[in-house]
Design a protein around this ligand. Structure first.
Ligand code: NIG
Ligand code: FE
Length: 434
């Protein structure tokens, strides 16, 4: 008998990608589908997966029991690119954008990222944690069980550290797992707009060493973009970060084809992200270096760009492709990862199966955690979603709505859909009398 402290039975279909990660080319769409399954876990990790009717004889349960009621279970989503810690709100800019102003025009007029920087600098660490907490709850309710979270709305030493400390505290207190990224090179702050070298010195001589010493970030990221950090500025900053032991991520080729993808490949980055304007050379360079492509179709959608990253070309060329929300106050203000999966299918022509793997196992790979999560296999974390559909295509096909019944983090139920009073009665029960 296998000892367990949590058991989920009556899983009509267990749908999961299977490692080893990263899943490339045809393997990206090869999901494992098992019927009438149960999953047992102990201390937050899966210890047994087997036929539901064998669970009672093979598993010795001391702990909680849940039935999936014949419905579908998948791994919790991993979101490998988010900006969840900030103050303020940019709905006014959203209004300007729908009336025709572009994201870049708003940024050039002092709005955009700098708008959020002003609000974040003025906020206390407690304020940042309180608003962050609510956003993390929303993520969990969308089935996300692990995220990468970036700083980048402080742009001075104290404010960047305030954001990263908020991330660290939230990771300790909230069930979701948070992997921190230092994004001090998100934009030039107003006081250094005319003196890039001085800000690069501040980043490399003061911020990076302190963040390293206080172990506040695993990854270091930069916004390599026309009008933000140039290729040579990015190379300079990221080589210092690499020397200090940070793993590298790049916001690359998001708004223009600047060559950020090639730079990420040259520097051995774990991932390059966005890549809406990536060139064929960028794809070739990333294919050679094995750098993961984290694609964010929510950003193209929310910025009304009519242009999406060339996912099909990337998959065919053998890049590890992952999906993320890019949750942030400006360019993609959503935690709805299932909507991102739908956008990936509709606008980047990924298959439903590819998009599911890209938002789970390959997403975990893009933050260095594929050994541990992103698929439902013995030994991995018991991070799971119980959906209310029997056919997993509904995740994408019945779009824009949540199908989540329960979310399980490390074997514990952390979210249950709020009660719909007449859900179980069904039409045969007759008219509902109110
Ligand atoms: O990933 N590109 C830079 N950073 C974010 C946008 C941040 C913002 O608008 O606040 C992004 O799109
Ligand atoms: Fe981003």
């Amino acid at each position: 008998m296998i000892k367990a402290d949590s058991l989920i039975t009556d899983i009509g279909k267990l749908i999961t990608p299977v490692g080893p990660a990263p899943l490339l080319k045809d393997n990206l769409g090869a999901l494992r589908i098992m019927e009438d399954i149960a999953v047992a876990s102990k201390d937050g990790r899966i210890v047994w997966i087997g036929p539901s009717d064998k669970a009672r004889v093979e598993v010795e349960l001391e702990g909680s029991f849940h039935s999936a009621g014949g419905y579908t279970v998948m791994p919790g989503f991993v979101d490998p690119h988010t900006h969840p810690i900030f103050a303020g709100n940019r709905s006014d800019e959203f209004n300007m954008r729908i009336q025709g102003k572009s994201y870049q025009e708003i940024a050039a007029a002092g709005g955009g990222i700098l708008n959020t920087v002003n609000a974040t600098r003025a906020a206390s660490g407690d304020d940042l944690m309180a608003s962050g907490w609510d956003r993390l709850n929303r993520m969990v309710s969308e089935g996300i069980t692990t995220i990468e979270a970036k700083s980048g709305y402080g742009l001075d030493t104290e404010s960047e550290i305030k954001q990263l400390e908020a991330i660290r505290e939230l990771d300790k207190r909230h069930p979701i797992d948070i992997i921190p990224t230092f994004l001090g090179a998100h934009e030039y702050p107003p006081e250094y707009k005319q003196d890039h070298n001085a800000y690069l010195r501040l980043l490399t001589e003061e911020m990076l060493p302190r963040i390293k010493e206080e172990k506040l970030a695993v990854f270091c990221d930069i916004f390599t973009e026309d009008g933000v950090f140039s290729i040579s500025e990015s190379r300079f900053f990221m080589s210092k970060a690499k020397k200090l032991g940070f793993k590298l991520k790049f916001h690359a080729d998001e708004l223009t084809d600047l060559g950020g993808a090639s730079l990420a490949a040259e520097m051995g980055a774990i991932s390059a992200e966005h890549l809406i304007f990536i060139s064929d050379k960028g794809i070739e360079d990333m294919a050679r270096s094995g750098t993961a492509a984290v694609l964010l179709p929510g950003t193209s959608f929310f910025l009304m760009m009519n242009k999406y990253a060339p996912a099909r070309k990337m998959i065919e060329r053998g890049l590890p492709v992952a999906l993320a929300t890019d949750f942030n106050p400006g360019s993609s203000h959503t935690q709805a990862i299932s909507m991102i999966v739908t956008l990936a299918c509709l606008n980047m022509k990924m298959t439903i199966e590819e998009a599911i793997s890209a938002a789970t196992l390959n997403a975990a790979y893009a933050i260095g955690l594929a050994n541990d999560r992103g698929s439902l296999e013995v030994g991995k974390l018991a991070d799971m979603i119980i959906f209310d559909f029997k056919d997993y295509h509904d995740l994408v096909y019945n779009w824009g709505v949540s199908h989540i019944e329960k979310v399980v983090k490390r074997g514990k139920v952390v979210f249950i859909r709020s009660h719909i009073f007449f859900k179980d009665s069904g039409p045969s029960a007759g008219a509902i009398v109110l």
